[in-house]
Design a protein around this ligand. Structure first.
Ligand code: GTP
Length: 345
């Protein structure tokens, strides 16, 4: 049931907000249905019109909120609105039932939702606020003796459970988010060189190409392969081979602009993606790389050379596949031409 995706097309399946959006729209729909149904029941069967008024208000409020959130599409605002309305409705319900039937326990569904939608920091503050308001209200009921079911013990248990929930959820949500951030970083990083991995660079390049086409800008790529890398491994050992890859990654990163992307494309292949860069500009960059490598050894007094193929987006090379294929064909030509050079056209 991913009907909400049409309202937030920018939230992808791998996004942390994906499940938040699912929860948010489920809450709105469930509350909308439950309020509508209980409003009818409270009027027709139970004969409790004062509760029916509250149900009806909840029905209208959640309906309006659904409409607003889905039309506006600002997901950050949507989360705050839903959590605020939920807090309001739960506390109003606790107030109307005046401590009877332990219905104030409904307030305890609030903390997990608040932490999940707002995060550990805002979730903790918001939940503390709701807990303080609810406890103040229940204290009033307790002192006035309005409900025989609300004992001092029940009241204290309510507060203790609330405090425990805040502490536990804060810990849980913080560690969950940290683990997510770490995994997200690992999934886009090449462990040996710390450069972007192929998966990530694929996605970045795809995004860049769509914006290049939309704004009629040049995006150039440079596919780079270390020459005779097998010989380096064979003669110096794999550890030195790894060091060469790391040193080259560092050199390439230091030579490009901030907006350029350097990634490890495969074993001893690297891909440089340069937004807003013409073929002649990327040729200058390639010349600087060749010059820097010829100038001094990378690791262990061992000079390393590279071959490169460059390509730029234009009318005949529009897709990512075609762009990479062209750069790869040119890289192959550079190898055939004797290595340590660039082929750009
Ligand atoms: N040390 C190390 N070697 C790797 C890694 N990934 C791939 N290789 C090695 O890279 C070498 C690539 O060899 P080839 O494809 O024959 O290429 P080459 O020797 O560079 O020859 P040319 O490309 O024609 O210049 C292989 O020996 C792989 O084992 C890595 O992460 N670390």
């Amino acid at each position: 049931m991913k009907f909400w995706r049409k309202y937030h097309p920018n939230i992808g399946k791998d996004d942390p907000e994906y499940h938040q959006a699912g929860l948010l729209y489920s809450i709105l729909l469930v509350f909308f249905g439950v309020f509508g149904l209980t409003a009818i029941l409270n009027i027709t069967v139970i004969d409790a019109p004062h509760i029916a008024v509250f149900d009806f208000a909840g029905f209208i409020l959640t309906g309006l909120l659904y409409f607003y959130v889905s039309r506006r599409g600002d997901f950050a605002l949507a989360r705050w609105l839903v959590v605020s309305v939920l807090a309001l409705l739960l506390m109003t319900f606790a107030y109307l039932s005046q401590g009877s039937n332990y219905s104030f326990l409904w307030v305890s569904v609030f903390p997990p939702i608040a932490f999940f939608l707002l995060g550990p920091q805002a979730g903790a503050w918001f939940t503390t606020g709701v807990l303080v308001c609810s406890a103040t209200m229940l204290k009033g009921f307790l002192e006035s003796g309005i409900s025989g079911e609300l004992t001092l013990g029940a009241f204290l248990n309510f507060i203790e459970v609330g405090v425990a929930q805040i502490l536990l959820l804060r810990h849980y949500e913080t560690s969950r988010r940290m683990a997510y951030t770490r995994l997200e970083k690992l999934s886009v990083t090449d462990p040996l060189t710390s450069l972007h991995n192929r998966l990530h660079i694929d996605k970045k390049l795809e995004d860049l190409l769509s914006s290049s086409r939309a704004h009629d800008q040049h995006t150039s790529v440079l596919l780079l392969d270390i020459d005779n890398f097998k010989a380096i491994n064979d003669e110096e050992g794999h550890l030195i081979g790894d060091k060469v890859l790391q040193a080259l990654a560092g050199l390439l990163t230091s030579m490009v602009r901030e907006q350029d992307i350097v990634g490890r494309w495969g074993g001893e292949e690297f891909l440089l993606v340069c937004p807003n860069t013409s073929l002649s500009e990327v040729t200058q960059l390639a010349d600087r790389i060749i010059h820097a490598l010829n100038e001094k050894p990378l690791v262990n007094n061992r000079k390393v050379t590279v071959s490169m193929g460059a390509a730029v987006v234009n009318e005949s090379v529009e897709t990512m596949e075609k762009l990479i294929q062209l750069a790869d064909d040119r890289l192959y030509q550079a190898k055939k031409a004797g290595k340590n050079c660039l082929v750009a056209g």
